[in-house]
Design a protein around this ligand. Structure first.
Ligand SMILES: [Cu+2]
Length: 137
């Protein structure tokens, strides 16, 4: 028995959007570096890994996408509000970066919170967030 190729192609077309939708339901972000609880020397490279959401530039207006934000020794802003710009300690990685070097952290304890937000700079729902605490020696 053979399956017509046209049916196989059609099956793939139908399955892909379902898979994409299922993924955005479990969007996650992880701060891969620095490790939580680590003692590091500066400058500190923050490495981010997102799953279930496509990381793109802030100019891309498409569902299922977003860009990273870092709250460096700064509390989260209200999750229903746009993440402000021009605030010390709040960084928009608006070109779709997945790494950022913090080069002016003073020695001592620090906290970084990563949040993925969409092109309006509104945090994704449910919140896609991770936190690490570390010490700069
Ligand atoms: Cu932003």
């Amino acid at each position: 028995m053979t399956i017509p190729i046209s049916r196989l192609v059609l099956g793939a077309v139908i399955l892909l959007p379902v898979a994409a939708r299922a993924q955005t339901g479990h969007a996650k972000v992880k701060i891969v570096a620095p490790a939580n609880g680590a003692t590091v020397s500066g400058p500190v490279k923050v490495i981010l890994q997102a799953t279930g959401v496509e990381i793109v530039a802030a100019t891309v207006e498409r569902p299922g996408t977003g860009h990273h934000h870092l709250f460096v020794d700064h509390d989260l802003t209200p999750v229903d509000d746009t993440i402000p710009r021009g605030v010390t300690g709040i960084l928009h990685l608006g070109r779709g970066q997945t790494e950022f070097v913090l080069d002016s952290l003073a020695p001592g304890p620090h906290r970084v919170i990563a949040v993925v937000a969409n092109w309006k700079h509104l945090p994704l729902k449910p919140l896609v967030v991770d936190t690490v605490r570390f010490t700069v020696k």
